[in-house]
Structure formats: structure tokens, C-alpha cells
Design a protein. Structure first.
Length: 394
């Protein structure tokens, strides 16, 4: 194989890890409105900026009830997005949790979305961003217990941070990888790249050096297994059976080693597919049991006739999968006399909107339900125009 081709493809893989396609969006178009209704209740979006230890500004939003007594405190879940994600990815969390009296905080991690930073680190620097957020929430008298909900890179971020902060009440870990170095080697086998193992290992070692120099982290430090055995926070793990990027066995081994109370849910789909209703039901029950939100008060239940939807940012819709397949396809072509049929790019249909997905979600909260049947019907009606999702490799 031509050395120049190898070098170019390695560079693509490096960028795929630390500089994936970035979500650039207008918060007023792609997030929930400043004031909106959900399940017949009024909520508002509070935008704010926080500074991390590296001097970077993090763009954040906090979804809270429009009317909340000053002397009351509600639990909060911090939603952690994937490597090409942004705050818009928390739209699903808002639908699941806000009607249950759990507020939702979301941010663009450094290097992602509208926040400062040039690179992502698949959880390493993101855990420090998360620490800044949790510190801010701890100082907010309107916040009681705190939970974490991470998907892909955000799931690893939650695991890494959770191992350092036992005060977190619960974590939802969706599609985390167990070890980044091993995952990179695994992708070579999954896509049948016909290169000698020695060559692949040398390439990964080279990538490790370059990533350490550019993004200031070591891919070998991204090991969820090392922290899983030291973490006792209640955790709910989730993984799609058809995930080809981060295969389900990653969650299996994390689950096996995890020290705290735990449960794991498998469901149909792939890495980026919409999650099924029973998964969101389980997430709702989990956070209801770990965060203990108060019953909904009538003073917080002002019903607004008009509901403003949110748009789909469309950032990276299928882009990561297509980019990966292009890289893999080029490796096939360059390492064989003729490309095999497996090297062809798959066709990606238009992604199912989160509006369609979320309109099917009905949080199940157990014996002390805070959503009435009327609320559920209202939520379904209000969600017809709600959209917004992102796609991740990690």
C-alpha cells in the first residue's frame, strides 16, 4: 500500500476521533423555546455560560419549570452528548424527565457545538467540563439531587466523572465503550481491513502519539473498565443489539465489573437509532427511584395553549457512519486488487425525527405517577412538531 495513502487514511482516523463534524446551530431554532409547554405544564429554557479549567467557555442550557417556588429544590439530570453532538440532543431527555418534576441541564462540551475548543477527547477532558457543571448545580439552591445521562462519548464521560464523585445519585449509560485503544483495534476486525496486525498496531501507536500531542490526552487512559470496578453509583446501562460501532459486549463487560447497583437493557437498533419506548420508560423509572422528585404542585402546572416546537439541527445526520464507511472502503480498495462488495457504502435513509420518536414516549413512574392520562394525551399532541437528534460514532 502506498505510504501516502496510509498516512492520509491515518490522518482521517485521527480527525475522526478528535475532530469529528461539529454541530453549528442556532439555539433559538434547534433547542426548546425560551418558554414552552410539555404535558400541559409550563417550562422555560435558561441559557448560561460556564468556564472550564482550560479557560474555555461552555455553552449551557437548563430546562426548569416556569414557576418554581424559591424555597423548593428539584432534582436535575445532566445530559451528556456524543462526539458530534450538542445541546439539542437533550430534547429527548426533556420530554422524558420534565413531566416527572426532574429538571434537565445540557451543555456543549469543549470542542463541540458552540463551546470553545478545537478538539474532543471522547470523555477525557469532557469529564472536567462535567465537573464544572456539577459544581455550578451544587451551588444552585433550586437543585437537589443530581443524575447523569450520557450517550456514546457522553456515557464514557459520565462513567469517568462518576468514579470521582460518589454524590451523584444515578447514571444512565447508553452505548459506552470499554476501552478506546481496544475499540480502535476492534474496528479493524469488524470491517475486515486486510492489513497485517503489526501494521495496524503500529498505525494505532502512531495515532496515539499524534492525538496526545494535538488534543493533550492519551487514548490508553480512556478505559471505562478501570473506573467501573471502583464506582458505586446506581447505574442503568443500555445498548442496541445491532450496534456495529461500539458492539454490545462493551456494555456487557462494563456491567460485569461495575461495583454499584446496576441493571442493563438491550434493544433492537444500532448505534444511532432512536431508542424504543420501553427503554425510555425504564430511564424514567430509574431516575424517579434514584432522584426522588417531589409530586407536581398545582402552582407549577399552568397550561399554555400554544406550544413552540424545535427543529432538527440536521448536523451529522448519518455523517459519521458515512465518513467511517468511506475510510474503511478506501482501506479495502487500497489493500486489495479489487474492492469487495462489503466495501460499498451503505445507503442511509432520512433519520427518523425525534418528534416521531418522542411522541411515542410515555414515562412510567410507578405507583406515585405524576402524569395523568390527560397529561399524556396533551404531551402526545404537543410533540407533533418536536424534532432534534444527532448521530455519533462515539
Amino acid at each position: 500500500m502506498c505510504p501516502i495513502i496510509v498516512r492520509d487514511m491515518i490522518e482521517q482516523f485521527i480527525n475522526f476521533v478528535i475532530r469529528p463534524p461539529r454541530a453549528v446551530y442556532d439555539p433559538d431554532q434547534y433547542l426548546w423555546e425560551k418558554n414552552f409547554t410539555l404535558a400541559g405544564r409550563a417550562f422555560r429554557r435558561e441559557d448560561l455560560e460556564l468556564g472550564n479549567e482550560r479557560g474555555q467557555t461552555l455553552k449551557c442550557s437548563h430546562y426548569v419549570p416556569s414557576l418554581q417556588p424559591e424555597d423548593s429544590a428539584l432534582p436535575c439530570v445532566v445530559y451528556c452528548h456524543g462526539n458530534s453532538g450538542c445541546r439539542a440532543d437533550a430534547n429527548e431527555a426533556a420530554v422524558v424527565l420534565l413531566p416527572a418534576n426532574i429538571t434537565v441541564f445540557t451543555l456543549d462540551f469543549s470542542g463541540s457545538g458552540l463551546s470553545d475548543g478545537n478538539y474532543v477527547s471522547l470523555g477525557w477532558h469532557e469529564k472536567d467540563d462535567l465537573r464544572v457543571v456539577v459544581s455550578y448545580l451544587r451551588s444552585n439552591k433550586c437543585v437537589s439531587r443530581i443524575g447523569l445521562w450520557g450517550r456514546s462519548m457522553g456515557a464514557v464521560t459520565s462513567l469517568l466523572y462518576g468514579s470521582e464523585d460518589p454524590s451523584i445519585s444515578g447514571m444512565v449509560i447508553d452505548s459506552a465503550f470499554s476501552n478506546l485503544f481496544d475499540l480502535m483495534m476492534e474496528l479493524v476486525d469488524v470491517y475486515k481491513i486486510r492489513l497485517p496486525k503489526f501494521t495496524v498496531k503500529m498505525a494505532v501507536r502512531y495515532m496515539r502519539r499524534v492525538i496526545r500531542r494535538r488534543a493533550n490526552f492519551d487514548i490508553k487512559d480512556l478505559n471505562s473498565l478501570q473506573v467501573a470496578s471502583q464506582t458505586f453509583i446506581p447505574a442503568l446501562l443500555g445498548h442496541a443489539n445491532g450496534d456495529k460501532f461500539i458492539q454490545p459486549h462493551h456494555s456487557d463487560v462494563i456491567f460485569k465489573l461495575y461495583a454499584g447497583d446496576k441493571n442493563i437493557i438491550k434493544f433492537d437498533g444500532d448505534h444511532n437509532s432512536s431508542r424504543p419506548q420501553f427503554y425510555y420508560d425504564s430511564v424514567s423509572i430509574f431516575f424517579y427511584n434514584t432522584l426522588h422528585p417531589p409530586q407536581v404542585s398545582s402552582v407549577w402546572s399552568n397550561k399554555i395553549e400554544e406550544c413552540h416546537g424545535v427543529k432538527d439541527p440536521g448536523v451529522g445526520a448519518g455523517m459519521n457512519e458515512r465518513l467511517l464507511y468511506e475510510i474503511i472502503s478506501n482501506l479495502h480498495i487500497a489493500s486489495t486488487d479489487a474492492a469487495s462488495s462489503s466495501s460499498a457504502l451503505p445507503s442511509f435513509s432520512t433519520a427518523k425525527s425525534v418528534g416521531d420518536m418522542l411522541s411515542e414516549i410515555v414515562p412510567v413512574l410507578g405507583t406515585n405517577d405524576v402524569m395523568s392520562n390527560k397529561d399524556i394525551c396533551a404531551a402526545n399532541g404537543y410533540l407533533q412538531d418536536v424534532k432534534g437528534t444527532s448521530y455519533y460514532l462515539f
